[in-house]
Design a binder for this molecule. Structure first.
Ligand code: BDR
Ligand code: CA
Length: 312
């Protein structure tokens, strides 16, 4: 087995972020160095508590967690509490955190972990890109220590928050613009592809019947999350957006990508937060992003099952 890829998750748990954390802990191809939290799905205190609660549930409280930005760079925070509930992880009770967040905060923890790693680190943002934009601005000397940014956000087709935009990019488009134009290798997992990998509600029965606390908690969380997708789209199942970004890093080829020029709309109120993907190469500019275009859904469902089975 090759050396595991060192990664840092920057997230706003969030039901799908929670499964992304489990995946990052479970996959032998990855080594989770730490977790930083950002305001997004709900406020920062809740996303931080949720990350710590998931680590407690997974029996991995030694993973360092630090909280970052409590609002977007220049805009007020807008949340997705209607999707994730007011706690951000509605549907199940998590254990109390077994560790405190690191006092230095997200930007300092990112710097410490990236600087101290034996090889360049992959950043995996699954919330608004505020922390990552701040980190890149504060530590230009560490850019070469970032192997890649593999993020969940944006869309090629329609949005899921406005007709044009996906939630993570829409919440902090200025931060997203900085990250997309930073010149760092970037992979973008869009909702076009996460929506191709719906996890059927019935999968939660299999998780519950594992007989583990983690299985029961995630079954209950998933049923709550799927309830929103049933009401919103009429689906019998749910995308688990953020877990796709982590799964792709563990299993290259799970998601197929194509390289395009991508820019983020930061001005128009109508199309704010849209990721404009130049599929026809009309701009003449070189590609800056590997954009997801397809996914092996059956393999993804297997990976999710394997992940749930790996915890007590
Ligand atoms: C993204 O928005 C959030 O609600 C989810 O956690 C995911 O990161 C999907 O648009
Ligand atoms: Ca998220």
């Amino acid at each position: 087995m090759p050396t595991p890829t060192p990664i840092i998750l920057d997230c706003d748990p969030g039901h799908d972020d929670a499964l992304a954390i489990l995946l990052a802990l479970a996959r032998p191809e990855l080594r989770l160095l730490g977790i930083t939290t950002v305001a997004g799905n709900v406020g920062l205190a809740a996303t931080t508590r949720n990350a710590l609660g998931i680590l407690a549930l997974a029996g991995r409280p030694e993973i360092p967690v630090a909280s970052g930005a409590d609002r977007p760079l220049v805009r007020p925070l807008r949340t997705a509490a209607q999707v994730h509930g007011t706690s951000g992880l509605e549907g199940a009770d998590l254990p109390a955190p077994l560790a405190a967040p690191r006092p230095e905060g997200a930007i300092a923890l990112l710097a410490e972990l990236v600087r101290g790693a034996s090889e360049p680190v992959t950043l995996v943002p699954t919330g608004p890109l505020t922390n990552i934009a701040l980190f890149l601005g504060a530590h230009p000397e560490l850019r070469d220590r970032i192997a890649r940014i593999c993020l969940m956000g944006g869309s090629m087709g329609e949005g899921n928050w406005t007709a044009s935009a996906e939630f993570n990019i829409w919440v902090d488009p200025e931060a997203a613009d900085r990250v997309f134009s930073a010149g760092i290798p970037l992979t973008q997992v869009t909702i076009d592809v996460t929506h191709q990998a719906l996890v059927p509600v019935a999968e939660s029965d299999a998780w519950a019947s594992l007989g583990t606390r983690t299985g029961r908690v995630f079954a209950d969380l998933f049923r709550f999350f799927a309830g929103w997708h049933a009401r919103r789209y009429g689906w019998d199942g749910s995308p688990i957006h953020d877990a796709v970004a982590v799964a792709h890093l563990a299993l290259p080829g799970l998601v197929t990508t194509e390289d395009y020029r991508v820019q983020v709309e930061t001005h128009s109120e109508l199309t704010l937060g849209r990721t404009v993907i130049d599929r026809e190469r009309l701009s003449g500019e070189p590609p800056n992003v590997s954009v997801s275009v397809g996914i092996d859904r059956a393999r993804f469902l297997d990976v999710v099952r394997e992940t749930l089975a790996a915890f007590p």
